[in-house]
Design a protein around this ligand. Sequence first.
Ligand SMILES: Cc1cc2nc3c(=O)[nH]c(=O)nc-3n(C[C@H](O)[C@H](O)[C@H](O)COP(=O)(O)OP(=O)(O)OC[C@H]3O[C@@H](n4cnc5c(N)ncnc54)[C@H](O)[C@@H]3O)c2cc1C
Length: 237
Amino acid sequence: METEVTGVIQRTKDVKSVRFRRPKGFNYLPGQWAFLTVDSDEEQKTKPLSFSSSPTEDYLEFTKRLTGREFSNAFATLEMGDTATIRGPYGKLTLQENHKICMLSGGIGITPLRSMIRYSTDKELKNSIILLYSNRFDDAIVFMDDFDEMQVRNPNFKVITMITRPSPAWKGLTGRINREMIEKKVPDYAERVFYFCGPKLMVDAMVVILSEIGLPETQIEYEYFSGYLGAQGGESE
Ligand SMILES: Cc1cc2nc3c(=O)[nH]c(=O)nc-3n(C[C@H](O)[C@H](O)[C@H](O)COP(=O)(O)OP(=O)(O)OC[C@H]3O[C@@H](n4cnc5c(N)ncnc54)[C@H](O)[C@@H]3O)c2cc1C
């Protein structure tokens, strides 16, 4: 589908969101992704990106970590009115409405989770969602304002942030998501379905932790932000 840029938001120093007109009849589920094609030096570049927008919002939004690579630079310089092509939606990591959920994010894997949390909030769904959200720096937490606002609107949503390299001003939790953190902060973890996605290293580490605390595979849902190679448009991370 052809579309145009309708908005650009610099989220942090190296993370940017770009909003596109949502073509008539374009439907997707919260948590899904699409191939985004943008023009770069007269060539077209394509990558798979999760929707950070929710289907309840009237635009399509992608949020990308800026890497200085070719597609990334083309994404970073998109301006209002520029055209792009979206092919999708794809992906099976989507919100199950009848489960208690715990979401884990160690960085840019937050994008599909934000889509699901926003959907759940807008639809006033009753299932409890806890988000454990680890970031490197406390001044670079993507969507934090958004999550703060959703916590006020949605009594079933709670975000717990932790920082691996905190500034002296940071008063909250520190460190990465690990077994102790999950057991302490999510005491009813055994009743929850866990959702997460991101680079392979992070995803595989989470699978190991959750297996160690005894969660069955049926309670672990994840997607890699890598693995769609060459002809399909994306290099792996
Ligand atoms: C289903 C899915 C959803 C995704 N959703 C998102 C999302 O919401 N947001 C997001 O930011 N990303 C997402 N990704 C990842 C995204 O598709 C890109 O792979 C990623 O953003 C990196 O793309 P890039 O063009 O910036 O860098 P690439 O050019 O793909 O390079 C990635 C990294 O690989 C290394 N590298 C690559 N080529 C070389 C080389 N020749 N020499 C040395 N090093 C090299 C570099 O370290 C570089 O930083 C998703 C991926 C999948 C599969």
